[in-house]
Design a protein around this ligand. Structure first.
Ligand code: SF4
Length: 486
């Protein structure tokens, strides 16, 4: 009787953070469903709640803690039996997390996600006194990431390889069926002075190309016609496993092999090692969309050096110019950090002017967040919060003018749009994206017309602009449907 009362039959899953974490969530969901657990959307209705946390910034920690406390409250109210916390926050702040939220039943580290079923079912990890699933790589990742940084460049020594290979097949996906995230590597060796990722996720580990291909085919067979390639640093793909052709080779292979995939999109590129071969691969492959997401973080040379970005303003400009010249019509997305320690008003002005002059297609800005354990978090000259906010707003307003003007320039053009979903609130339009709009982060194209459904690719004429977004009408005769189920 007692056993039956504690039996776990259903699970609710909260996935926080970036697409890399989302892939982990999907993999864990796949394992849970495969073990016969019913996945439910309503946490109040579930026997167990899993929260896959983000621990990237202080703000993400606050968000994760709020979700965890909500789940614990449900347990205290007798609505659920077990609260399991996984992900980056576990890796980063295990002790603090247990002190802040003592109702947590099991922790699962980022290298231990394959144990999620045991954790949810209430088993104890025999290797840990407290029963949590924090295996032998839990503490090793930080040391190896530090070693990899000491190498001085993005190449990795054999000794620093973390023997963990993330196999992301057999996922229960949380994205709509027609697009998916395809992780090509995990961890990072770049060692940017503001970033906590290497200490959480460990040094760079590329997935062997045959595994990426198998996974891409599995996603395509599941209906994905758009694959978004992700990793902490996709540009360095292959350097740690001796795969000579690198990212360019990977893009070419995927382009040739995935006949049912319509769009392959490259996210999280790193500027210092984005070579000519990669630019060519972006321009020449049919399936690889003419889109690049390349976080630049700053443009002032002194700030770039402080951030340990291994790149100068001149090198960034040369690369961006080449991208625009060699890949006509390319969409360039970037992100910057506002108010890093030591950033002077003059350096901020240089960044604003650069943003205004270059005219990025898409841009995001984060306020600098002083993270414990990072070199910049300990630096003197931290910038006041109100100054950070003012600088962020100035950058975003500068970009807003550019983005609005670019949206207007698109009026009258014919574009291919992949439909994501119907507009909310009983509206008749459909939210879609062109090849120049990545899911979840970029602007959208709102299409009107008959016979639309999620996953359908249509040709439409842009008829207007609404701020960052485009408005379009389907060109009836030219519309075509992909081989996907909506
Ligand atoms: S490249 Fe990205 S993930 Fe890697 S250390 Fe720099 S900011 Fe962090």
């Amino acid at each position: 009787m007692g056993n039956r009362r504690n039996e776990i039959r259903s699970v609710a899953f909260v996935s926080l953070g970036c697409p890399k974490n989302l892939v982990d969530s999907e993999r864990m969901l796949g394992l849970l469903a495969n073990d016969g657990l019913t996945v439910t959307a309503d946490a109040a209705d579930a026997d167990a709640i899993v929260i896959n946390t983000c621990g990237f910034l202080e703000a993400s920690k606050t968000e994760s803690l709020a979700e965890i406390r909500q789940a614990i409250k449900l347990k205290e109210d007798g609505k659920c039996k077990r609260v399991v916390v996984a992900g980056c926050l576990v890796q980063r702040h295990k002790t603090q997390l247990l002190a802040d939220a003592p109702g947590i039943d099991r922790l699962v580290g980022v290298f231990d996600r394959e144990h999620i079923v045991q954790a949810v079912r209430g088993a104890k990890n025999p290797g840990q006194k407290d029963g949590h699933f924090l295996g032998k790589y839990h503490d090793m990742s930080r040391r190896l990431a530090a070693e990899a940084k000491l190498d001085g460049d993005a190449k990795q020594t054999k000794g620093s390889r973390l023997p963990v290979f993330e196999d992301d097949r057999a996922r229960l996906r949380l994205t709509p069926r027609h697009y998916a995230f395809l992780r090509v590597s995990e961890g990072c060796n770049q060692g940017c002075a503001f970033c906590t990722i290497p200490s959480i996720r460990g040094p760079m580990r590329s997935k062997p190309i045959e595994h990426i291909l198998a996974e891409a085919k599995e996603l395509a067979a599941d209906g994905a016609v758009e694959l978004n390639l992700i990793g902490q640093d996709t540009t360095s793909y292959g350097t740690d496993i001796g795969y000579g052709p690198g990212l360019a080779g990977l893009l070419k292979t995927l382009d040739k092999s995935l006949k049912d995939v319509h769009w392959l999109r490259l996210m999280y590129a790193y500027p210092s090692c984005f070579g000519d071969e990669m630019i060519r691969a972006l321009g020449e492959s049919d399936r690889v969309v003419k889109y690049i997401d390349m976080p630049l973080q700053h443009i002032n040379d002194k700030m770039l050096a402080t951030m340990k970005r291994r790149v100068t303003r001149k090198e960034v400009e040369t690369l961006l110019e080449k991208l625009r010249k060699w890949v006509p019509g390319v969409t360039i997305r970037t992100t910057f950090i506002a108010g890093s320690p030591g950033e002077t008003e003059g350096q901020h002005r240089e960044l604003v002017e650069f943003v205004r002059d270059f005219g990025f297609d898409m841009m995001g800005v984060f306020p600098y967040s002083a993270e414990p354990g990072t070199p910049m978090g300990r630096m003197e000259g931290q910038v006041a919060e109100e100054v950070k906010t003012a600088r962020l707003e100035e950058l975003m307003l500068t970009q807003q003018g550019i983005a609005f003007a670019k949206a207007k320039e698109r009026i009258g053009k014919s574009v291919d749009v992949l439909i994501d979903r119907q507009e909310a609130g009983g509206k008749k339009g459909w939210i879609g994206r062109t090849a120049g709009q990545a899911p979840d982060i970029d602007s959208v194209t709102v299409v009107s017309g008959e016979g639309l459904h999620a996953g359908k690719l249509v040709t439409a004429k842009v008829t207007g602009a609404k701020g960052y977004d485009s408005v379009a009408e389907i060109l009836g005769k030219k519309s075509r449907s992909l081989q996907v189920v909506g």
